[in-house]
Design a protein around this ligand. Sequence first.
Ligand code: SF4
Ligand code: SF3
Length: 571
Amino acid sequence: MFCFQCQEAAKGTGCTVKGVCGKQESTANLQDLLIYDLRGIAVLAKALQGAGVETHSDIGRFLAQGLFTTITNANFDDQSLQEWISRSQAIKQELKEQFDGMAAGADKSSIWQKLMGFFGMADNENRGAQLDASALWFSSDVSSYQDKARGVGVLATENEDVRSLRELLILGLKGIGAYSDHAMVLGVEKAEIYDFLIEALASTTEDLSVDEMVALVLRAGECAVTTMAALDQANTQSYGNPEITEVNIGVSTNPGILISGHDLKDMEELLEQTKDTGVDVYTHGEMLPANYYPAFKKYAHLKGNYGGSWWHQNTDFETFNGPILMTTNCIIPIKEANSYKDRIYSTGVVGYPGIIHISERRQGGSKDFTAIIEQAKQCAPPQEIETGTIVGGFAHNQVLALADKVVDAVKSGAIKRFVVMAGCDGRQKGRQYFTEVAEKLPQDAVILTAGCAKYRYNKLNLGEIGGIPRVLDAGQCNDSYSLAVIALKLKEVFALDDINELPISFDLGWYEQKAVAVLLALLHLGVKGIRLGPSLPAFISPAVLNVLVENFDIKPITTPEADIEAMMAGN
Ligand code: SF4
Ligand code: SF3
């Protein structure tokens, strides 16, 4: 196996024996094969589109979900991945039949030529057989996948810089796939997102120049902005605009269900189905921001948030006592010794061998959480691990409602600087850096946050400036979009030409591929001088890093003291 997609990549270069995240070699290989199949689907879809044949939105949807299921800490279940691969092959077969079924003479030969071009094959009489034999088109033999995976994974691209740019693109697409899936679940889909997934995935099989590949990476940033805007629209039209909310972090005396991940539709259905059952609901990790939405606040049995960010789940889930529903990443390996092993459930693109998977909702219906609710009734209430409240709900609508206050505070000098510390949390010790930055920032600095990165400092009492809390939490990692909207609004209010003239610094923590999409989105919006930690991605080669440094002044974090001094000086 070879995987270097997340911040925990072994030795800062890549996991080769077993993932630091716990991913087994077989799982890594199946993920490689699935990505390979998705690229094949994209090649075929692009060729058909190029010939004027409309591809069904199911294709884009499948690509988005397929990409999503390979992100870090989402799907550890080989059987589920094999099903994904089988489905991807069925789709390829369908696309091929769609092609074969086109009327003879209907410009078919030009499509053939295009396909031959994609596969780098000579166009000759034997072209059908050649295409069928093409591994990119049909990697049908899942049973011998271990060997096959070696030939199609990340290292199949030999040139380090081409590999780096291809992977930067694919990993950004994984984040885009995840966010577009969330939006789709709530009824918002954009053809342009699906078209870009097709174009970009297909491009990874083409021989492009460095400039062309860099351009695609930047367009992925543009697509990430479109996708996060679509998700923002989906979330707010379904559940209202997040509001300032004090979230309880203690517990009640009823049994509870803990819901983690990012999927708000699951949250809605779980709250509805647990109403009047005597079972309370608590959020965990990235589900915390669900507490900020008006539509969820009306449920009295949504009791608040329990525990910390994803990597604390081994201990948080033990003491919670009740069932846990993992709606998306990040699930971490479940050990035989974990008392919660028989009360944890997956749903959506999440999978873990041996746990119950709640199946998809039927068209117009809901998922059925009865099994979880019935189990919860038999469980002890959660053990109290902390008490008090945390404040959040500062998405764009809420912050813009406070715009006058914020602008006055900046003009009067009460707020000297905003520091965006959004992104992911993770296990690495170096992430203590973000806690220290939060603690040591001068009192006239405000932290803007989103994503599970916030758990490094959202329970510190950092005070407020003229009624504005010094930590403003916009929500989940996808709500980083809110932070961009806020920045663009401030740029307008202060009549600035460039977003980089604002008193805002970016000091981001990253872990998985949604953060790659967020980073590319910020680059597309023209943000420069972003600090990134706790380490730079293993998939960025030295030459590609140079491109990022020269064009965007990206830099690694150093020490809290040095970075605070530089940020407060506007560097
Ligand atoms: Fe390693 Fe991260 Fe890949 Fe897991 S996801 S195998 S930790 S690089
Ligand atoms: Fe966290 Fe996994 Fe990235 Fe949504 S839950 S931000 S790491």
